[in-house]
Design a protein around this ligand. Structure first.
Ligand code: ZN
Ligand code: ZN
Ligand code: ZN
Length: 936
């Protein structure tokens, strides 16, 4: 609409572009940050201040970054940027986990298994290292593009010499305390990858297995069953028939009652609770319960039956026997209440077997095949056969001998290898372990957790219960790409040689030449006089070939990084990772730190959920629902990814898809437009430092809004302090959209545009707008790193705090503290409520035709508010509700309840400001007349 007074008005003007063009502009800004060392400037700004060290958890150097990575790094960057604004010195050293199975696996795939196996270890390791380096470069570009500030040109990498040496330093510290031992124990074993797997490397998925009921012939007679001697059996149930060659015990529940059923001339023992169900299942139609000589039904508990014996199911004819033992974990839900046991093939079995001194029989080799032979400890009839292949043959063999009672297939959750996705087996092997209890590590770790703050708070329970239940940590792996376990084997007597002397020599060797030297150098060279077997005196020591679990590598970063880089600190202030790291990196870091130093490596732990698609499904290439953060940067911009991260509750699983990003982009436009709108009346026109009014001189309406802004800022600060970015986002978004854009900014537009440029009333509004602009730039800086930095160039001088980059700003200092703003909040609330009532009344009046002009400016209001609101509103001297409601006048009354009536405005429409006022013959209201005069 044409307005001939346009030239006399202060219409918005700013060079800050409405179009963001983030994808095009961000890379140039990033280059500027790099060229001018913004990260270094940030450290310099806070030099000498208290440190806040967020220690980066190393992503695995494999493949391009995904959305989960992006969320992780952006979250860390938001925290660091916030803390830096609060004045903390925030050195941030990103890192990568470079050793381990995935890279080795990839190299194996590239070379082909045959060639891979032929290459010497050092060659394999060289190729693996090259692979890791190239992956690090790719990921680093992606992370930097997201706007994450850090020491990108000097990250920590787990394969460098000092890091290798640190692995052994920590090994030595824990070994010296007596918590590391070598033992034969069942571990998850992937026969495909030829390695033991940690719990964290196991994935569970459904698998169909044969479940068989088998009867074992007894060789002892429990008291009371003398009459059945020679035809006594015990019925067991197993889902792993291939473990039967290793069977040497059956486990009962100590308190459960067992009975014996007499059927077809046999007398078979099983749990009383399962008799009916099992006999029906077995087709034992005409069974009877065995009775003692006195005629009572025979019953015994598991504990009472302990130490009875039976013929080993496969090798029993050679005189091999198994034993009855008991354990609490046996349930009466499935099977017969009696479990066949092979202590070499299961952790529970192993623990139960240990208590009763049951030997570990281990007939399965690294490939998952039975050793050849015909004695116990071999596969016997299935010699050389792969265990799963043997399953049906074993079942058939049992059937032929009439000891198979029933065979059915069941679907159950079964452990699989995280890498090759093949089902794994439990297998006793010689491995290195960190004992959880030998030196009290478990208890110390639990105590240490008491001193750690967890976000969310309840996640301490998660890691705590994992520590409670954690079996001894198997730290050896049978692979090439990692740091060797620093042990030697005497070639003459087989003794394992590890001591302080050899460990110190190895640490020195690794620090000088890296762990590659382990595979190339002769122990005599680097051990010197320490190259001796303490048992037999031989000097022929051979370096052991196992490597350390890769979780050990990343776990010792508290020392390799936080301690060894003296500008960081130990313990770190924070670890932040996905919630799966409770059993991964949070755990291995805790164990190695508590093991070596007795304290947790972190003061606080933030855990986050996973990224899912909009429908709550896991993102996967096959579903085609992945959101590639690199691509989002190239199309929408990194600030959109950052704003998305801030918008979701990262403490639980979060959703993302293109529709969600559309909404985030829309929110971004709201923020950007608001910044631009504010700049339009400030840029080049007003500087708070020289033109601002003191709070007391502001208009009452400005005072209320400034008070509210201070409250919002406090809410935002509190949310940042609790690392709840989604609360920051939600608070700022709601404030900007509902309270500023549609409320205060819309209402004060008139004063800004139409009052004389230098008038006090306009200065009052500009003062308030300046604070708003400054507050938004500060509060959004950790999130919208690029956009707030872009705004810097347009800010009035004093708002820049002498800085060129937004990252270097200090945290916003609100003009009022709680005591200062609190007393205005009641009136502010009352005003918002009254405004809602006005809006409704206006719509009604419009509908009824009471008001004809379609603008609230043409209305006046008769407003009735309850006592408290009346007191609050009339208590603020000079409060102009007409301005707040954008109407001509508000007449305030006290009454029972909130009510509003809209009537046509009195006076006439001013030709310049379109407010309904008393206007003169020139068609202008008094204010406008003055403004025009001042402008001429
Ligand atoms: Zn595997
Ligand atoms: Zn020896
Ligand atoms: Zn006017």
């Amino acid at each position: 609409m044409a307005n001939k007074y346009k030239k006399t008005m202060n219409l918005p003007k700013t060079k800050f572009s409405m179009r963001a063009s983030l994808a095009q502009n961000e890379p140039a800004r990033l280059k500027d940050w790099e060229d001018n060392g913004v990260y270094e400037l940030l450290l310099k700004k806070n030099e000498g201040h208290e440190k806040f060290v967020l220690h980066d958890g190393p992503p695995y150097a494999n493949g391009p970054i995904h959305l989960g990575h992006a969320m992780n790094k952006i979250s860390k960057d938001m925290i660091n940027r916030y803390k830096a604004m609060r004045g903390y010195l925030t050195p941030y050293v990103p890192g990568w986990d470079c050793h381990g199975q995935p890279i080795e696996h990839k190299v194996e795939e590239q070379l082909g298994t045959e060639k891979f196996n032929q290459l010497p270890k050092e060659k394999v390791r060289e190729i693996c290292r090259k692979e890791a380096v190239s992956q690090v470069d790719t990921q680093r570009q992606g992370f930097k593009r997201l706007g994450v500030l850090g020491e990108w040109d000097n990250p920590y990498l787990t394969y460098v010499n000092d890091y290798d040496a640190t692995d052994i330093e920590i090994f030595k510290a824990i070994y010296d305390k007596g918590a590391i031992y070598r033992g034969r124990k069942p571990v998850h074993w992937c026969s495909h990858c030829h390695t033991a797997l940690a719990e964290a490397e196991i994935e569970y998925s459904d698998e169909v297995s044969p479940a068989i009921f088998v009867r074992f012939e007894m060789t002892t007679v429990p008291a009371g069953l003398e009459a059945y001697e020679g035809r006594l059996w015990v019925d067991i149930w197993t889902t792993t028939p291939w473990t039967l060659p290793a069977d040497d015990a059956v486990i009962l529940h100590p308190e459960a009652s067992y009975v014996a059923v007499v059927v077809d001339g046999r007398c078979e023992i099983l749990a009383e609770a399962l008799v009916e169900r099992d006999c029906a299942k077995f087709g034992y139609d005409s069974y009877e319960l065995a009775r003692t000589a006195s005629g009572d039904v025979w019953r015994m508990t598991g504990e009472e039956l302990c130490h009875n014996r039976y013929k080993q199911p496969i090798f029993g004819d050679q005189g091999v026997e198994g034993e009855f033992i008991y354990a609490d974990y046996v349930t009466l839900e499935d099977g017969t209440g009696i479990v066949h046991t092979a202590p070499g093939h299961g952790v529970d079995d192993y623990n139960a077997g240990m208590r009763f001194n049951i030997p570990i029989v281990m007939p399965v080799d690294d490939d998952g095949r039975f050793y050849k032979g015909d004695k116990i400890g071999t596969g016997g009839p299935w010699s050389g056969m792969e265990v799963n292949e043997a399953n049906p043959k074993i079942i058939e063999w049992l059937r032929e001998r009439d000891v198979l009672i029933l065979h059915e297939d069941i679907t159950h959750s079964y452990p699989h290898c995280w890498r090759c996705k093949q089902p794994v087996i439990f297998r006793a092997t010689n491995q290195w372990f960190v004992s959880m209890d030998e030196t009290g590590l478990r208890k110390q770790a639990l105590d240490a957790l008491d001193h750690v703050r967890f976000y969310p708070a309840h996640s301490v329970k998660r890691i705590g219960s994992m520590v409670e239940q954690r079996p001894d940590w198997c730290i050896s792996r049978q692979r090439s790409w990692g740091v060797p376990i620093p042990a030697f084997t005497c070639q003459d007597c087989g003794e394992t040689v590890v001591n302080d002397d050899t460990l110190d020599d190895v640490i020195r060797l690794f620090r000088e030449k890296g762990s590659d030297a382990w595979f190339t150098d002769d122990p005599k060279e680097y051990l010197g006089e320490h190259c001796v077997c303490p048992k037999c005196g031989s000097h022929e020591l051979k370096a052991n070939q196992d490597i350390l679990d890769v979780w050990w590598d990343s776990g010792v970063s508290h020392t390799a990084v936080c301690k060894h880089r003296d500008y960081l600190q130990f313990p770190a202030d924070m670890y932040l990772e996905g919630s799966d790291q409770h059993r991964g990196w949070f755990m291995s870091s805790l164990m190695t730190s508590v093991g070596a130093y007795g304290v947790a490596p972190y003061k606080s732990v933030v855990s986050q959920g996973f990224t899912l698609d909009g429908q709550g499904r896991k993102m996967s290439k096959s579903l085609g629902n992945t959101i590639d953060p690199n691509k989002v940067c190239d199309t929408r911009g990194a600030d959109i990814v950052r704003l998305w991260v801030s918008s979701v509750d990262t403490s639980v699983d979060v959703a993302c898809d293109e529709q969600i990003l559309d909404r985030v982009a829309d929110a971004y436009r709201r923020f950007r437009n608001t910044l631009r709108f504010l700049l339009g009346e400030l840029e080049g026109q007003f500087d708070l430092a020289t033109d601002g009014l003191p709070f007391e001189e502001l208009t009452a309406y400005d005072k209320l809004n400034l008070a509210r802004m201070c409250q919002v800022h406090d809410q935002v600060t509190e949310a940042y302090e609790g690392y709840r970015f989604n609360v920051v986002y939600r608070t700022l978004y709601d404030y900007v959209v509902t309270e500023l854009s549609n409320g205060y900014l819309n209402a004060t537009k008139d004063r800004m545009y139409c009052s004389a440029a230098g008038s006090k009333e306009r200065r009052s509004a500009q003062t308030t707008w300046s604070y708003l602009l400054s507050m938004l730039v500060h509060d959004l800086q950790p999130i919208l790193a690029y956009t707030t930095d872009e705004v810097m160039a347009y800010l009035p001088e004093s708002l820049r705090e002498g800085q060129r980059y937004a990252a270097l700003l200090d945290w916003f200092e609100a003009p009022l503290d709680l005591a200062g703003y609190e007393r205005y909040l009641g009136a502010y609330e009352a005003m918002l409520e009254a405004r809602n009532a006005f809006t409704k009344a206006y719509d009604k009046a419009l509908e009824a035709g009471t008001i004809e002009e379609k603008t609230t400016q043409a209305a006046r209001a008769e407003l009735t508010v309850p006592h408290d609101a009346f007191e609050a509103l009339s208590g603020v001297e000079g409060l102009d509700l007409g301005e707040a409601f954008v109407c001509s006048d508000v007449c305030l009354h006290e009454g029972e309840e909130l009510a509003c009536e809209c009537l046509p405005a009195e006076g006439h429409k001013c030709e310049r400001c379109w407010n309904w006022r008393e206007v003169g013959e020139d068609g202008l209201c008094e204010r406008c007349r003055e403004a025009v005069a001042a402008a001429e």
